[in-house]
Structures are given as C-alpha cells and as structure tokens.
Write a protein that binds this ligand. Structure first.
Ligand code: DMJ
Length: 453
C-alpha cells in the first residue's frame, strides 16, 4: 500500500522526472544526476518486481525502453549514478531477465569509465558523460576524491564485466584496492579523502557514516558476492572493523554503544543516521569473522540497532534525526537544529531487517512497525511521502521531497522484514548500497545467468 501510494503519486505528478515533490505536486530535480532523468523509475524497478506490482513494473520498463537516455550533456555524480542507475538496472535484469536492462546498464557503465582517467586511477567524483571530463567536489579536502564514493563501485562494476564480457570494469575497481593497500593508514583507519593525482590522503577525518560508510560495506559484500573467494576484500574488511572497534566504538554512560567520528586522533561523539547501517553490516559479517568473534559481531550489530532505535524513540515523531550526539549531557539526541531532520532514509530499518533475518528476535519487527506507523502519521501526505524538517517538533514541517531511495530502500527493506526469509535469501543475493539485489557469483557457476532463469 505504501509503495502504491508513493509510486502512483510520482506517476501522477512527476512521471519521467527524477523525484517527486509531494506537497507542491511536481517534479524534483537533483543535480546529482545532471540531466539524466527517471531516477525514481530506475530505483523502484526491482521493488515493484519483488512486490509483484506487475502493471507498474511493465510501465516502468516501457519508460526505460523508450526514454532512458544517457546521450546527454550532463555532469553527474559517479557514485550516485552508479548505485541508483547502474545498480537499479542490474537488479531489474537479474530479477526479470529482460535484456533491455542489461544493455542499458552496460551502456551507462561505459559512459562512467572516463572517470578513472586520473594519474592513480582513483576516479573523479563528478563526470561530464558527454565530454568525459571529470573533477572533484570543490568542498573536498585538497581536491580529494571521497572514500565512500570511489569505494562504492565494486559490486556493480564486477557485474558489468560479468555481463558484458569486458574485463575493463573489474580492472578499474581492483586497481582502487591496489592504491589503498600501498598506503599507510593512520591507526589502521581509512581517511575519507584521497587525492587522485598524488595518491595521498587528504584530511585525516574518518567516518563510518557520510563520506566513509559504504566503502566498508562494499569490502564485506565484495567478499560475499564472490562466494567468499575474494580474500583480499575479506582481509581489508575485518582489519578495518578491528581498527573501528579500537578507535571509534564507544559506550555511553547510559550503556548505549555508538560509533564516533575521528578527526586527526580526536573523537567527535556524534553518530549519523547514515552510520546506523553498520549494525546490519556487522551482523552480516559475523559469519566470516574469526570463529571466536562470530557472536561478538552479532552482538555489536544488536547494540548498534538498539542505539539507533533509541535515537528514534527519543524524538516526538518516533523518527530518527540526521545525526545524534553523546556529549553535553545528552545521549542519542540531536542537539543542533541543522541535524534534526529526517529525509525518509533507510539505514535504521535496513539494520532491523538484517538483525531480524539473522536472529529472528521479534523486537526487530516491532521496531520496524513503530517506524511504519510514524511514517504513515508524519510523512504520508496526499501527494506521496515527504521528509520532515524537525523530528522533535510536534507539528510536521515537510521538506517536500520524496527521495528515490524511499522506494528503492526504505520500502523494500520493510517488505523483506515482514516476508519469509526465502524472498531474496542471503545465500544467493547481496544488496548494493541502494538496496538493489545482485546475485552471488557462485564458484561452480559457469553461467550464472542460466541459473537465475
Ligand atoms: C542512499 O542513496 C544510499 O543508501 C547511500 O549509501 C547513502 N545515502 C542514501 C540513503 O540514505
């Protein structure tokens, strides 16, 4: 029902545009995608398929066939276009077997390749897909590329090589690891900034939330997606988690475990909503941890889930803020006005989904249901779903954006949480960072496409 409401309103008011403004009932365009259009359609394809919304899937597919066009003069975010568009198309292909999605994914992947034309091969953040000219975000430390951006291409690019027979995609992402493995890491941690020309770190700012997050996620998932043959990814992941535990994970005096940010050796006792995905990541990685650590990683996931639930529970709207702090006498509460918003993000529900699948503790379904009720009460409006400016207020001030990740992630993770475990089982699928399922490339599997069919 929620998906139908979000989709129908997007269709009615913003069809073919990137996102919907549910209050003003018109399209919303984000500069992350340049003038590539249809982000919500491509991001939602697999959710529609999984929810068996067949009519909607068919109209989305027809739009992709006729209108999804990458021959545009557009400067795009390589990371955002990869996780939403390439990821969305790949999943739609693997789920439906429709050739159009494979072709479009490979075509778009080829457009992204010039981003890697830097002295080190660490890609630019921004790329003009017509001219092939790249650059970095002007705000990034010393002209650096961002860890969570160049570190979140791996899963999609391995599949692009697999589906196109062209090894170049895989070579580009494997080279990123080579550069990282040559560098000294402060206390074993990965700074968020790396200069693509010099190959040196920028500011020593480490985060498991924004700017760092999905780099760690993709190390673990690269190993899982390789059917546990990618030992380099495995080692990088578990070594990183060890350093994170030693230097970033702390317990508040009230007993809440949290992941702080690290700035040149000093801790900022703040955790972002984005960081909450890490509960699910730790639990998903528990199985591959050294045998004496398996239970510990599950426990760590459970503790992060509890802390993130508290960040929701301590607001008036029962929806979590963008960031919450553990200093100045507060715990799991946002103290700055500009950190009190909620933009329909998935990470807390994502962690509940992993914890539910891996433990079957009913509290995760209860917590997810609390979030559903809060979404229905505060975010649902006539024209779709909107983010909220201040979750501590008793009255909603809507931000008027229905983010495409609400359809691709938040609603999909909720649906999976209340479905049986054999819907997209973890033995066969990994989810990219936008919740697009990609099949595990099984060792014995010469022709995986055949198997999927
Ligand atoms: C999504 O695009 C992805 O989950 C990404 O990893 C982080 N930001 C949004 C959702 O919050």
């Amino acid at each position: 029902q929620m998906m139908k409401h979000a989709w129908d309103n997007y269709k009615r008011y913003a069809w073919g545009l990137n996102e919907l403004k549910p209050i003003s009932k018109q399209g919303h365009s984000s500069n992350l995608f340049g003038n590539i259009q249809g982000a919500t359609i491509v991001d939602a394809l697999d959710t529609l398929y999984i929810m068996e919304m067949k009519e909607e899937f068919k109209e989305a597919k027809e739009w992709v066939e006729k209108n999804l066009d990458f021959n545009v003069n557009a400067e795009i975010s390589v990371f955002e276009v990869n996780i939403r568009f390439v990821g969305g198309l790949l999943s739609a292909y693997y789920l439906s077997g429709e050739e159009v999605f494979r072709k479009k994914a490979v075509e778009l992947g080829e457009k992204l390749l010039p981003a890697f034309n830097t002295p080190t091969g660490i890609p630019w953040a921004l790329l003009n897909i017509k001219s092939g000219i790249g650059r970095n975000w002007p705000w990034a430390s010393g002209g650096s590329s961002i860890l969570a951006e160049f570190g979140t291409l791996h899963l999609e690019f391995i599949h692009l090589s697999h589906l196109s027979g062209n090894p170049v995609f895989a070579e580009k992402v494997m080279n990123i690891r080579k550069v990282l493995n040559r560098l000294d890491k402060p206390e074993g941690l990965y700074p968020n900034y790396l200069n693509p020309s010099s190959g040196q770190w920028g500011q020593h700012h480490v985060s498991i939330g924004g700017l760092g997050d999905s780099f760690y996620e993709y190390l673990l998932k690269a190993w899982l997606m390789s059917d546990k043959t990618d030992e380099e990814g495995q080692k990088m992941y578990y070594d990183a988690v060890q350093a994170i535990e030693t230097h970033l994970i702390r317990k508040s005096s009230g007993g809440l475990t949290y992941i702080a940010e690290w700035k040149g050796g000093l801790l900022e006792h703040k955790m972002g909503h984005l960081t909450c995905f890490a509960g699910g990541m730790f639990a998903l990685g528990a199985d591959g941890a050294p045998s004496d650590k398996t239970g510990h990683h599950i426990e760590l996931g459970a503790e992060i889930a509890r802390t993130c639930h508290e960040s929701y529970d301590r607001t008036s709207m029962k929806l979590g803020p963008e960031a919450f702090r553990f200093d100045g006498g507060v715990e799991a509460i946002a103290t700055r006005q500009n950190e009190k918003y909620y933009i329909l993000r998935p990470e807390v529900i994502e962690t509940y989904m992993y914890m539910w699948r891996l433990t079957h503790d009913p509290k995760y379904r209860q917590w997810a249901w609390e979030a559903v009720e809060a979404l229905e009460k505060h975010c649902r409006v006539d024209g779709g779903y909107s983010g909220i400016r201040d979750v501590y207020n008793n009255h909603e001030s809507h931000d008027d954006v229905q983010q495409s990740f609400f359809l691709s992630e938040t609603l999909k993770y909720l649906y999976l949480l209340f479905s049986d475990d054999d819907l997209l089982p973890f033995e066969h699928w990994v989810f990219n960072t936008e919740a697009h399922p990609l099949p595990i490339l099984h060792k014995e599997d010469g022709s995986k496409e055949e198997k999927q069919k």
